[in-house]
Design a protein around this ligand. Sequence first.
Ligand SMILES: [Zn+2]
Length: 256
Amino acid sequence: MLIDTHVHLNIDEFKDRLDEVVKSARDNDVLSMVVVGIGGRTNERAIEIAKKYNLLASVGVHPSNAATHSFSDVLKYVDHEKVVAIGETGLDLYWPENQKTLPEQVVMFRKHIELAIKKNLPLIIHVRNSFNETYEILREYKGKVSGVFHCFTLGLEEARKIIDLGFYLGLGGVLTFKNAQELQEAVKRVPIDKLILETDAPYLAPDPHRGKRNEPAYVKFVAIKLAQLLNSTYDEVAKITTNNAKRLFKLGDQNV
Ligand SMILES: [Zn+2]
């Protein structure tokens, strides 16, 4: 069984088809999912969905929303029993409008980190064109907090730095892309006990669905690709990555 550690079932794109999407995920080996908040109403929605479908939630303000959204709902929901992580948070310097909000993003990122330490919860980190900036901030807190670099798409050097910080790598659809050779080589050379799986649905669908709307059911294609890269089996990869996710998010049998 698989755990999809990063889904956005809480955004409008899925509003009218949640029953169907969750059922399809369950029919495709998905034991549980982490529904990830990005700010505003999405945090409350993540918890509502986690309750309704017996899933898990994370609350946070996405770096793209750092200058416009409040941290107050993260504080409001962090103690809810369904919340297993803080985020997504981090830094995004990809979009031109985000390059202007770096100071606000940094302030917001530090609030998430400090809350994660206080609540002993892992962080879900978003990085885009911002690895060094993100890494340097997290390094100040090394040993005090763990988490995952979600949608990891970089190379071996960055992978090793993340693992050295005590963090995990979240592998999604990009792993299956033909042009992701550097990522694929990196993944072969890091400890498998630091790898967890995700879709980031509705974004970044894996092959053979690349370019279409992503769904948690497709996390299976990421597992199949990882098994192929590691000369392992789907069952073995499923077992190990699910155990890794349970360890990171401190999940007991009652949670999943
Ligand atoms: Zn996300």
